[in-house]
Write a protein that binds this ligand. Sequence first.
Ligand SMILES: NC(=O)c1ccc[n+]([C@@H]2O[C@H](COP(=O)([O-])OP(=O)(O)OC[C@H]3O[C@@H](n4cnc5c(N)ncnc54)[C@H](OP(=O)(O)O)[C@@H]3O)[C@@H](O)[C@H]2O)c1
Length: 339
Amino acid sequence: MRATATHFLKALNSHLGRHHSNSTAMKLLYPTSLKLDVQSIEGFPLTLHAYDVKTPIPDDLIDAEVLVTWANAASNLKDAAGRMKNLRWIQSLAAGPNDVLSAGFDASKITITTGSGLHDRTVAEHALGLLLNAARRFFEMRDYQLQGKWPGHLGGPQPDRPAGKFTTLRDARVLIWGFGNIAKTLTPSLVGLGSTIKGVARHPGVRNGIEVYSEDKLPELLPETDALVMILPGDPSTKHALNAERMRMLPKHAWVVNVGRGTSIDEDALVDALEAGTIGGAALDVFETEPLPESSRLWKAPNVIVSPHAAGGRPQGSEALIVENLRKLLAGQQLRNVI
Ligand SMILES: NC(=O)c1ccc[n+]([C@@H]2O[C@H](COP(=O)([O-])OP(=O)(O)OC[C@H]3O[C@@H](n4cnc5c(N)ncnc54)[C@H](OP(=O)(O)O)[C@@H]3O)[C@@H](O)[C@H]2O)c1
C-alpha cells in the first residue's frame, strides 16, 4: 500500500512539476457550499481540507495544489488567484465556470476542469418544464388566477396542433443550439413527447441519433423552428449568438428557451421582437445581468417567463467526477472536462 501511495505521490509531484518526493502532503481544498461525501474522495496521497467559499482562503491552506469550487464569492476567487502560488488544478462543479475564468488565475500554470455532466438532469428537466409552460401557457393561466379571472380562451375545446402556433410538444420542431451533455439528456424526453429534434454545435455530425449542424446552417434551420432551446456556454464565441438578424429568421410563433448563459442572447433585440410580436415568446433561466435588474424591459415584455437561474444549482455526482479526475491526474492522463 505504502509503495503504491509513494508511486502516486511521485506521479502527482512529477505531474505538478515537483521534483522531490518527500515534500509535505499536497492539499485539496473542497468547498463547504454544498454537501459532499468527503469519505468517497479519500484514499489519494493528498490531504483534504474544507474551505469557506465566501471568505479569503486561510493562510495555512494557501499552498494547496488543488481547488474544488462551487458558488464561490468573486472576492474569494480573485484573492485565491493572487495568493495561491502552488495551485495547479481547479475543478469547478459548475458546467460553465465563468466565475473561475474571470478571476485572473494563471491559465499557463493551472488546469481548469468544468462540472459539465453534473447538471444534465436538473437543467434538462427545467428546460422541459419551460417548454411545456410555453406550449401549455401555464404562466398565462397563473396571471388570470391572480386576478380572480377564468382564462376561458385557454380551456375547453381547442384546435389540435394548429399551424403557426406553438401549443404542444407533439410534432413540434425543436432546435437545440449548444448540443452538449444537457441537450443529450433532454432529447429523449422531447422525442418521447413527439417532437422532432435538430441540434446546432461547433462540430456537425450525428450525436445520440440526432442530426447536429454547424452555425452556418442557421438560416435554413431557424425558419423551420417552433421552439429554439439555447444551451450555449457563456464564452466570447457565443456572445449575442442569437442577435436581431437571427431572431428575424424565426417564425412569428416560435418560442426561445434559454438555459445556457444570458450573454448568448441580445436581450434588447429580444424585447424588440417580443414587443413587435415577431416571435412567440421567451422562457429564460439566464440573463445578461443577474439578478435581472428592475429596470430591464424584459419584466414587462409580452409572453416572457422569467426563471431566476434555477435550472441547475445542485451538482449531482460531484464526488465521482473529482475522484475520476484525481485518478487521471495521478496516472498522468488527460483530465475530463478540461477547458
Ligand atoms: N441554467 C443553469 O442553471 C445552468 C446549469 C448548468 C449549465 N448551464 C450552462 O449550460 C452550458 C452547456 O452545458 P453542457 O454541460 O451541456 O456543456 P457541453 O457539454 O460542453 O456542451 C456545450 C455545447 O455548446 C456547443 N458550443 C460551444 N460553443 C459554441 C459556439 N460558439 N457555437 C455553437 N456551439 C457551441 C458545443 O459544441 P461542440 O460539442 O461541437 O463543441 C457543445 O455542443 C454551460 O456552459 C453553462 O453555461 C446552465
